[in-house]
Design a protein around this ligand. Structure first.
Ligand code: NDP
Length: 337
């Protein structure tokens, strides 16, 4: 099989030269092991942070190390009773087309009637859960609330918009980086207001579009100018759930901070950053609650999975780089095998 490794730490934007793709041979299965052939692998923004040497909330990738992260596949050979051949599994072995390891490092997942396993990397997986915990446990969204989500056309963003609607949000406002994405948000996902931040400064656009209506909840995937824009339009006692700050991940200089933090005080706002895994362990019931509700919404047709699929393990690095600059709509995955 082939594995993609990090060979140098990117400065700013990652390039193909920062990675290598190498062949590895698998030996005979040892007792308790399985061999899994991947169907989809995930490219995620947090991986950019792990490519740096510095401290983050997950430890950095070592040089020469395979890029680990979410992937789904099927058991093709088994020496473990609990994971027979054919079982669909989710795991964290990352950017490879096949992997052999202890059965305990794989999680069996239910087959999805007519839907691809890639949903376990998106709407039914980590990004979907991130959207759900951010809305329900961090922002404490209430029916009737008005919501602004930045990065609205991405994996987490499309989940946030759809979940918020199901939870009774009265008004959805979103931002994204192209005219096509803005149309998608309005026409397919029913956003009341969708703004292209590349057209004009997002703060000006947002203030103009809202006409003094204000928002109760801000779900931030972008940071920087988007956080500043939100601070300008928050209603009193509004909540800001800070999920990510992708506008700074490839930056080589520190971005300027919002110039309107005083609104935190005058409007008595609450701002909270969060990491999905931590919220999920603080609220042991939330993962199962999310799975049940999301599966229900999916099978009722109340939510749909937006995906961008890139073909071939050899295009994984391109897919990652492209996702970081907005080449994806919804969840970006790579189909392998
Ligand atoms: P997305 O699918 O949203 O892909 C990233 C998107 O970021 C791109 O499509 C692009 O969309 C947008 N983007 C890139 N640069 C900029 C910029 N300078 N300004 C505005 N938008 C930009 O990724 P995910 O949904 O997987 O992740 C979204 C966010 O959520 C990230 O910040 C990520 O780190 C965070 N996250 C946090 C977690 C947590 O536990 N806290 C867990 C999972 C994700 P566009 O075309 O609109 O520019």
């Amino acid at each position: 099989s082939s594995k993609i490794r990090l060979t140098s730490r990117p400065e700013g934007k990652p390039t193909p030269e920062d990675f290598s793709i190498d062949q590895v041979a698998h030996g005979e299965l040892e007792p308790g092991q399985v061999r899994v052939s991947n169907e989809f692998i995930s490219v995620d923004p947090y991986m950019r942070g792990r490519m740096n040497a510095g401290r983050s909330y997950v430890k950095p990738y070592g040089l020469g190390e395979t890029i680990t992260g979410g992937a789904v596949g099927r058991v093709v050979q088994s020496a473990a009773d609990d994971l027979p051949e054919g079982t669909a599994v989710l795991h964290q072995h990352g950017w490879t087309d096949a992997v052999q390891d202890d059965a305990s490092t794989f999680q069996a997942v239910p087959e999805l009637d007519g839907l691809p396993l890639s949903l376990y990397l998106g709407l039914l997986g980590m990004p979907g859960l991130t959207a759900y915990v951010g809305l329900t446990r961090v922002a404490e969204l209430r029916p009737g609330d008005s919501l602004f989500v930045s990065g609205a056309a991405g994996a987490v963003g499309t989940a946030v918009g759809q979940i918020a609607r199901q939870l009774g949000a009265a008004r959805l406002i979103g931002s994204a980086g192209s005219a096509e994405k803005v149309s998608l948000l309005k026409d397919k996902y029913g956003f009341d207001v969708a703004l292209n931040y590349r057209d004009a400064p997002i703060r000006e656009q947002l203030v103009r579009a809202l006409e003094h209506e204000g928002v109760d909840v801000f779900y931030d995937n972008v940071g920087g100018d988007h956080l500043e824009a939100a601070l300008e339009v928050m209603n009193d006692f509004g909540r800001l759930a800070l999920c990510g700050a992708i506008s700074s991940y490839n930056a080589t200089e520190r971005p300027a901070g919002p110039d309107n933090m005083g609104n935190m005080v005058t409007r008595r706002l609450r701002m909270q950053g969060f990491i999905v895994a931590e919220v999920a362990s603080e609220h042991p019931e939330v993962t199962e609650e999310f799975r049940e509700r999301m599966t229900g919404w999916l099978s009722a047709g109340d939510v749909t999975a937006e995906e961008t699929v890139v073909e071939g393990l050899e295009h994984t690095v391109d897919a990652f780089v492209d996702m970081m600059r907005g080449g994806n709509t919804g969840k970006m995955v790579v189909r392998v095998g």
